[in-house]
Ligand binder design. Sequence first.
Ligand SMILES: Nc1ncnc2c1ncn2[C@@H]1O[C@H](COP(=O)(O)OP(=O)(O)OP(=O)(O)O)[C@@H](O)[C@H]1O
Length: 263
Amino acid sequence: MVPAGAGSEVAPVHKTRISVENVNLYYGDHHALKDVSIDIPEREITSFIGPSGCGKSTLLRCLNRMNDYVKDCRVEGSIKLDGRDIYADYNTTLLRQRVGMVFQHPNPFPMSIYDNVAYGPRGAGVKSRSELDALVEDSLRRAALWDEVKDKLKESGLSLSGGQQQRLCIARAIAVQPEVLLMDEPTSALDPISTVQVEQLAMELKRDYTLVVVTHNMQQASRISDSVAFFLLGELVEHAPTTQMFKAPRDQRTADYLTGRFG
Ligand SMILES: Nc1ncnc2c1ncn2[C@@H]1O[C@H](COP(=O)(O)OP(=O)(O)OP(=O)(O)O)[C@@H](O)[C@H]1O
């Protein structure tokens, strides 16, 4: 597989799950993503880093068409999931089943722990109680939360701690059996112990899922990522395997950012 785009140097260990080609995004007159091309390999963690406002979250939100909700937002170029155009070949419901999202602040629905996790499968038409029970248990186990909540599934999701709420949100995202999980600064609102738990969980989940993580935390990017993409002013400057990115970045702008010269 050929690495994507001028800034991409990621070796083809796994096949490409998402392919972004020459994407330009405008919020009204503001050109927020500039000719971005990147291949996201399956069953790896790809982290997006860069200073505030460089377009990391914007690109993340493109991957499941969350920007469709933003007034005056225009996207040009191509984004493919498993070779199929996410704008032409998917409706947003199907796309978001396959590409789930976890946000910066844990956002459980105001309902029970069980119902939070069962919400997506129910919406997708699963009615059988035994099937739902199995899905809820499996998702909570995968999210490393089952042991902590198995005796209080009827309690409100909002009664959990912040770290537990974030794992509940991850369980909710994986209950619809997506292939890709997008995480937008998933630990920035968490304490250090919960942060470690969510990082470990991300590394477990990549056995089955493709993860894309926006983070401001360079240690986190280096701990959990297989590859790292550095953005600046809407451009993808460099996408490289994690070790290379942190030890020998190719672009001076990446080196300057990583050594704290700006951002
Ligand atoms: N809904 C929106 N409407 C208009 N402009 C927006 C919108 N969302 C983001 N932008 C602008 O697009 C640019 C990229 O924003 P984005 O949120 O993607 O950056 P980021 O790298 O994720 O930043 P941060 O690290 O601070 O979250 C910024 O200049 C921002 O002000």
